[in-house]
Design a binder for this molecule. Structure first.
Ligand code: ZN
Length: 475
């Protein structure tokens, strides 16, 4: 199960605001998340932690970066995945971040425990970020950000903590029978770049140079490990190539993608990336032609069907998109995001029967991921379509609550509560949210201030961070 973001540091928000939304958002993708959980869960267990309580999140950004925030959340830039030569490198970085969690290097803070206070950027599907950024109010509602960002600060580690996390990482890798060579080679690569090119030096390493001493200490231990020479399996490497292609296909300009994966490359990852690139170019026919070859090779792969559904949906072929989404959801019924994708198509199609089915999928998905704002957004639309206004307001209250907007959560929950039949589960939930989310005077003033700013046509959260430098936080 995936727990959603409870805390995200101020620096990240600064960066998110400085860059176009399409370039940097928290993104969701079942296929990629599954791979990251496969890498992370054994390491988290080896650290004596519960995988269910450690979130692994992806930020759409081509730069190499990974960090931990309060509330046991690990963030990876997608660049960390695409830059990696092999899975062991990502696992090494993952193990290092788990080391920071296990070492309790992040102080427990009062602010982290204040309910749903800190979800800043809503979670959206890979490739959906750009579409939503251009969707005006709807996009803004889904990608809602909160002023709470300003109150959280990003952790800075001491040299001693870094060394400790390095050693802990090697311990977790050893306990899982894996080699630490990937962590060493990642650090060596960045050290090489540091020496070779000032321009390409990554921001984090600029302020926290990788001492050769730090790398030597790791290398010595890796060389003594009985698992020194254990490599990734061929299957693991193939899976990494596949998600790399998917990320590159979605995140990079199509011309670049077609250059990186030329027609002469008929491998599965290359076709995967090209299919996405053609789709983004608006060439649906070619995109589907290539995707069909993938589906023919792996008819039971839910992610290919999911992609077909997405392509059709975003091309306006709503009714046609239902079948492929349904296939994907049937192949992986426990995956919330596939259900939410299917629900989106069913709702857009609009018949009462389909909207009711969508509600069932959303109910399932939102039981798994209570604080998925996109899911709640869909749920509110579904209720609205059926004329269930109070329930639509309750869903909006849930969405606001999930993104830490207490004022709206309270407002909509109170309205829903007043219309719903006393004692029903929905009434109980509305009452609960209204009680928990009741905003303080300070929150109300802050909310009003933001409303005024919005009127003044000023992006609300931008102002606070406008002068913040774009800082990098990989530790
Ligand atoms: Zn670190």
């Amino acid at each position: 199960m995936i727990r959603f973001t409870k805390a995200l540091g101020a620096c990240v928000m600064a960066a998110a605001m400085a860059a176009p939304v399409s370039a940097q958002s928290l993104i969701r993708d079942t296929e990629i998340e599954q791979v990251m959980r496969d890498y992370g869960d054994p390491l988290i267990e080896a650290a004596g932690l519960n995988p269910d309580s450690v979130g692994i999140h992806l930020i759409g950004d081509a730069e190499f970066n990974a960090f931990v925030t309060r509330g046991q959340n690990i963030f990876f830039h997608t660049g960390t995945i695409t830059i990696a030569d092999k899975p062991l490198e990502i696992k090494g970085v993952m193990a290092h971040e788990v080391g920071h969690i296990e070492g309790a290097h992040i102080a427990r803070s009062q602010s982290a425990t204040q309910g749903a206070m800190a979800t800043m950027i809503a979670s959206i599907g890979l490739g959906l970020a750009a579409a939503l950024a251009g969707a005006g109010d709807a996009g803004a509602a889904i990608m809602a950000s909160g002023p709470q960002f300003a109150t959280l600060d990003m952790m800075r580690y001491t040299r001693g903590q870094e060394a400790q996390a390095d050693q802990a990482a090697l311990t977790f890798l050893e306990r899982t029978g894996q080699s630490g060579s990937g962590l060493v080679s990642t650090f060596e690569r960045f050290r090489y770049q540091e020496v070779m090119s000032d321009q390409r030096r990554w921001e984090y390493f600029r302020s926290h140079p990788l001492s050769s001493q730090r790398i030597d200490a790791m290398r010595r231990r890796v060389e003594q490990s009985p698992y020194r020479d254990v490599t990734d399996t061929e299957e693991e490497v193939a899976t990494l190539r596949r998600i790399q292609a998917k990320i590159i296909g979605f995140m990079h300009p199509p011309a670049q993608v077609l250059n990186h994966y030329p027609e002469s490359d008929t491998s599965l990852p290359a076709r995967y990336a090209r299919s996405v690139a053609y789709f983004k170019q608006g060439n649906l026919e070619r995109a589907r032609e290539i995707l069909a070859t993938l589906i023919e090779e792996e008819p039971d792969n839910p992610f290919f069907h999911e992609l077909e559904g997405q392509m059709l949906f975003e091309s306006g072929r709503i009714a046609d998109s239902i079948a492929p989404y349904r296939r994907a959801a049937e192949m992986m019924p426990e995956a919330p995001l596939l259900r939410i994708g299917l629900a989106g198509s069913l709702i857009a199609e609009g018949s009462d029967e389909n909207v009711r089915e969508a509600q069932q999928h959303l109910r399932f998905a939102l039981t798994e991921e209570r604080d998925n704002p996109f899911g709640w957004y869909q749920m509110s639309i579904a209720h609205q379509a059926l004329g269930e206004i109070a329930l639509a307001e309750l869903a909006t209250a849930e969405r606001s609550f999930a993104v830490g907007n207490n004022v709206d959560a309270y407002r909509f929950a109170a309205r829903a509560r007043d219309q719903l039949d006393r004692g029903t589960p929905a009434w109980v939930r509305a009452t609960e949210i209204a009680a928990v989310a009741e905003p303080s005077q300070r929150e109300i003033s802050e909310y009003n201030r933001r409303q005024r700013e919005r009127m003044g046509n000023l992006a609300p959260a931008t102002r606070d961070f406008r002068d913040e430098p774009r800082r990098r936080v990989f530790h």
